[in-house]
Structure formats: structure tokens, C-alpha cells
Write a protein that binds this ligand. Structure first.
Ligand SMILES: [Zn+2]
Length: 406
């Protein structure tokens, strides 16, 4: 316990890390802010959307295409990479940046979320979580300590500690138990990370399931730890969106203003616009790239299905005044044709458009905050944009789940 008390007294570690965060503008009517995160691999202007590269690749696009779409930082999944190709192999190649030829900042999650959603025969104890790989049934153990080692080998700029994502819905007692154990694990992770003389920045994770009081408690606890940034986990796990927004109202006021806030696994266009007003700086989600591969492309009016017959003869582009590679060069009719025939090029063109849409939206939000116009921007956007309904989302989730099990 003495060691833990020392941790709480320690100021954020600045000596080893080039990480910093500055807030440049704040909205007077909401919690929106614009800032800059500095990392060893470059700076990130916030608010930002982070494309997800699960297997050390953002599916179907090259790092050059990512840059072209305006990506400043990407996320990679520890769970998938520790199983394949293995973190030690990635370390032999000099870390993820060298392995995948992306020279910008990278964030790796802890693997916890995937263990709870993909792993089989999980056994949770104070020590950590034992599970069997969804790929070959091999046995693995993740502890707060060995996750620090694995993420050190992967070599991302920002890393996350092992946490427990409580089920939705769950009882108050189960939520409390998961949160308290997560807090103990995060203290262990902070201590374990000290063994690695790296430039990596360890964020804390706020949990507490859907209990406002626990969320407040977790935000206060994690906010007072020396983590230079905070991720908010355990949301977007099947709950209605309104519930998620409501909970954030309890979390944000408890967090220190000087640390960037990351909302884990959240990122539809409307999520970005609303989340920014609730004080979130960083978003990540597979949604924009995943729906693109299924034909769902974003426009300011909502998500369209490019496979729909109405685009067969469309001479115009997917989204008027979109500056992405796809919209600069191809008609909606051509993209429709590629999507309908299942051509490889479609996956690339669709993905590029959706990524650019999200990154342009993040840039527009930033400009609006700096200009003092965020509330008007949010209201205009939400008036034009028709979100995909909860029912449609639920059906899609089921389809993807079924496809994954085959
Ligand atoms: Zn476009």
C-alpha cells in the first residue's frame, strides 16, 4: 500500500516523455474545447477521430491513404496483435510504427475489452484474466503487469492499462466490484510501467458501468492519479445512446481540465458532434470503416447505402464538396458499380470517404470551437443529419456477430 500512496503523490512524469496537452479554446456554453496533444511521433489537434487499425492495419487502406484522409493518430488492438503476430515479433521490427510503416502517433488499448467480448472460458481473478484465444483455443493470461510489457513491445505512443468492462446491463454490486478491481489494476499498471524506460504515455481508464455515482467516483479517482490522460471505457456496449450521453454528464466535471479525455469505442458522426460538447477530445471506433465496407457512406444528411439502385446513374459524387480522394475522382455511379460487383477497389474508396468525412468533421468542430460557434455548429449539424436508428444498429450488430462466428 505504501507504494500506491506514493503513486498518488507523484506529479505527471514529464522527464521521460515528450507528451503534453494544451487547451487552446473553450466553449462558453458547453464543455467543448480545442487543444493540442504533443507526442514523440507528432502532434494531434483535438477534437480528433482515431481510425482503428485492429490488426496493425486500417482495413483496406495504406498509411499514405490514411495521411491523405487527414488521420493524425491511429489505434491498434493489443488483444489481436498479442495473438497474431505476437508482440515480441513486433518489437523485433522496432515496434508498430516500423512494422506497419505508419510514422505518426499510435494508441494501443489494453486488450481487456476484447478478452471480455471475444475470448472464451474467461476466468477473472485479482491477479488478472485467464482466457482462451478465439483463434485456436490456446490459453493466455493477462495481468496489469504483463499488459504493460506487451504494450511496451508493441511500442505505441499512448497505452492503456488492463481494465474490466462490466456487462450491460449489470447489477450495482457487479458494477462496483468491476470498477474497484479496475482501479487496483490501474495502480499496479502504473507501478509496472516504471520498469520500462520508454517514452510511452499511460492513460487511466474510468469505469463504473451505468451507475452515475460510480462513474463520478471513478472519474475522481482516476483523475487524481498521475496518468497524463484519461480514457472513458465501458460505454457503447449496447445501451441506448441517450443513456451514454447522460452518464458523461457525471464524468466530465470530475476530470481535471489539463488532461485529454478519450471516449473508448465511440465514433459515429453524431457521437462526435455531441461528445465534443460533453468535453471529449479523442474518439475511436471501427464503425466508419466497417460500415463503409458494407456500403454505408456518410453524408451531411446521414448515412446512405451506396448499393441502393438510386445511385446507379448518379453522375454527381457521394458527398458534395467532400475533398476526399474518392469524391475528387469518381462519380457515385462508379462507386455504386464497384460496391455492387464486390470489387476490391470499392473497399478502399468507401473507406477513404468515410475516414475523410470523420476527420473533416473533427476539423470543423475544432474550427467552430475556436471561433466560439460550437453550439450553432452542433445544432445545424444535428438538424440536417439523420442518425441511423437504434433498431437498424442493433440488426447490423447481430449480422456482424453472426458473420464473425461462421
Ligand atoms: Zn468523399
Amino acid at each position: 500500500m505504501d507504494a500506491l500512496r506514493n503513486v498518488q503523490r507523484t506529479e505527471p512524469q514529464k522527464s521521460m516523455s515528450s507528451f503534453s496537452f494544451t487547451v487552446e479554446a473553450e466553449c462558453s456554453e458547453s464543455w467543448a474545447r480545442a487543444g493540442t496533444i504533443q507526442t514523440a511521433h507528432g502532434k494531434i489537434q483535438t477534437p480528433i477521430f482515431m481510425p482503428v487499425g485492429t490488426q496493425a492495419t486500417v482495413k483496406s487502406v495504406t498509411p499514405e491513404e490514411l495521411r491523405g484522409a487527414g488521420a493524425a493518430i491511429i489505434l491498434a488492438n493489443t488483444y489481436h496483435l498479442m495473438l497474431r503476430p505476437g508482440s515480441r515479433l513486433v518489437a523485433e521490427f522496432g515496434g508498430l510504427q516500423h512494422f506497419m510503416h505508419w510514422d505518426g502517433p499510435i494508441l494501443t488499448d489494453s486488450g481487456g475489452f476484447q478478452v471480455f467480448s471475444l475470448g472464451h472460458l474467461r476466468k477473472l481473478s485479482e491477479d488478472g484474466v485467464a482466457f482462451k484465444s478465439h483463434l485456436d483455443g490456446s490459453a493466455h493470461l493477462l495481468t496489469p503487469e504483463n499488459v504493460m510489457q506487451i504494450e511496451n513491445e508493441l511500442g505505441a505512443d499512448i497505452i492503456l492499462p488492463l481494465d474490466i468492462c462490466a456487462a450491460y446491463p449489470c447489477t450495482y454490486d457487479a458494477a462496483k466490484e468491476a470498477m474497484e478491481r479496475t482501479h487496483r489494476w490501474e495502480e499496479r499498471a502504473w507501478i509496472a510501467k516504471e520498469d520500462y524506460q520508454s517514452e510511452q504515455t499511460l492513460f487511466g481508464i474510468v469505469q463504473g458501468a451505468f451507475e452515475p455515482e460510480l462513474r463520478q467516483q471513478s472519474a475522481r479517482f482516476i483523475g487524481s492519479m498521475p496518468f497524463p490522460g484519461v480514457s472513458i471505457g465501458g460505454l457503447s456496449v449496447g445501451e441506448p445512446k441517450l443513456e451514454m450521453w447522460d452518464l458523461l454528464k457525471y464524468v466530465t466535471p470530475e476530470l481535471p481540465k489539463g488532461k485529454p479525455r478519450h471516449l473508448l469505442g465511440v465514433g459515429s458522426p453524431e457521437d462526435l458532434v455531441i461528445g465534443v460538447g460533453l468535453g471529449i477530445d479523442m474518439f475511436d471506433c471501427v464503425l466508419p470503416t466497417r460500415v463503409a465496407r458494407h456500403g454505408g457512406l456518410f453524408t451531411r444528411y446521414g448515412r446512405i447505402n451506396i448499393k441502393s439502385a438510386r445511385y446507379r446513374t448518379e453522375h454527381g459524387v457521394i458527398e458534395e464538396d467532400c475533398d476526399c480522394y474518392t469524391c475528387r475522382n469518381y462519380s457515385a455511379a462508379y462507386v455504386h458499380h464497384l460496391a455492387r460487383t464486390g470489387e476490391q477497389l470499392y473497399y478502399r474508396l468507401g473507406t477513404i470517404h468515410n475516414l475523410r468525412f470523420m476527420l473533416r468533421l473533427a476539423g470543423q468542430l475544432r474550427a467552430a470551437i475556436i471561433a466560439g460557434l460550437y453550439p450553432a455548429f452542433r445544432d445545424n449539424f444535428l438538424e440536417l443529419y439523420t442518425p441511423t436508428s437504434e433498431q437498424v444498429r442493433e440488426n447490423q450488430r447481430k449480422k456482424w456477430k453472426a458473420a464473425r462466428l461462421q
